[in-house]
Design a protein around this ligand. Structure first.
Ligand code: NAP
Length: 285
């Protein structure tokens, strides 16, 4: 049976390290602070926001939500985002997306200064990540996946890694981060031919498709390492979540697998804190 790569172990170790770092900063009179910008009150945004607040509180990072009504107009919202961007007490900014269709999201995103772009929402931030410039923060989810692989001592150099999904928030930056560690990376998507075979050929498979339990035993092979990024409403259990991987179907085949829930998701909010602390250090020293 596959070993479960539990996010809790990774988060606990990171939290300890980050709490110490925040104590050191506070000793110098500096408190890292994350600003969250939210338009409207979508349940998934509120759920994520609650998790971030709890994680920040536990580590000692300050947290403030800047909330705007769903019908906020472009000009007022641009001014509001610029105010948060220019606030010297705020070191990291997260903007919940998608924004309502009445707002020009690419313009709004790029108002976030790259040094405060802790979840890679700006074109400038993404450029730095793709150029391997350490000044750019990769998005928190792929960074959490890398942190899991590192924590469980999974070798990447020379390994065949397949990333299933090509979004800017998960798939593409995930591929870049694996490449940085000298894995040989293939990115798959909805037009990939012979998809199950390409996935099964990997040493490491990262599933980020947003399709409940799509990755079944046809997509995996013996001993493979599987990172399940998916967070989907479980079609079989209303109100519950499931991953992109059919764990019951593959766990007798693969070597190691991250569970959903209990895998990457919980590590992601800790990474958001980590990036905010790093941004704070860079802005204050
Ligand atoms: P997304 O923007 O919808 O992208 C999904 C990707 O999967 C696309 O590249 C799409 O291909 C590909 N895809 C969809 N159906 C496919 C199929 N049948 N065969 C092959 N490829 C297919 O999703 P995302 O934002 O990257 O998120 C992916 C998953 O991760 C979701 O379940 C999301 O909830 C989860 N997520 C988790 C976290 C976390 O913290 N753990 C954070 C963010 C997202 P095309 O490009 O060809 O359309």
């Amino acid at each position: 049976m596959a070993e479960k790569l539990k996010g809790k172990e990774v988060s606990a170790s990171l939290r300890e390290e980050l709490t110490k770092k925040v104590e050191e900063l506070k000793g110098k009179g500096i408190t890292p602070k994350l600003g969250v910008i939210r338009v409207g009150a979508r349940p998934d945004d509120l759920y994520y926001e609650g998790g971030i607040k709890k994680t920040c509180g536990g580590i000692g990072v300050d947290f403030e939500v800047f909330e705007y009504p769903e019908d906020v107009d472009q000009d007022s919202f641009e001014k509001a985002v610029k105010d948060v961007a220019n606030n010297k007490d705020i070191h990291g900014i997260l903007l919940f997306s998608p924004l309502p269709g009445s707002l020009d999201e690419p313009i709004i995103r790029d108002l976030i200064p790259v040094e405060k772009d802790v979840d890679c929402l700006t074109v400038g931030g993404a450029g730095k990540v793709f150029a391997d410039d350490p000044e750019g923060f990769p998005p928190c989810t792929p960074t959490a996946c890398m942190e899991m692989l590192k924590f469980f001592n999974i070798p990447l150099e020379g390994k065949k890694a397949v990333v299933l999904g090509r979004s800017m928030v998960v798939g593409k930056p995930m591929a870049m981060l694996l490449l940085r560690e000298n894995a040989t990376v293939t990115i798959c998507h909805s037009r990939t031919k012979d998809l199950p075979q390409v996935c099964a050929d990997a040493d490491i498979l990262v599933a980020a498709v947003g399709r409940p339990r799509m990755v079944d035993k046809n997509y995996v092979s013996a001993g493979q390492i599987v990172i399940d990024v998916g967070i989907n409403e479980d079609p079989d259990n209303p109100g519950k979540f499931c991953g992109d991987v059919n764990t019951a179907d593959v766990e007798g085949v693969v070597g190691q697998i991250s569970p959903v829930p209990g895998g990457v998701g919980g590590v992601t909010t800790v990474i958001l804190c980590k990036h905010t602390i790093l941004a704070c250090e860079k802005q204050t020293t």
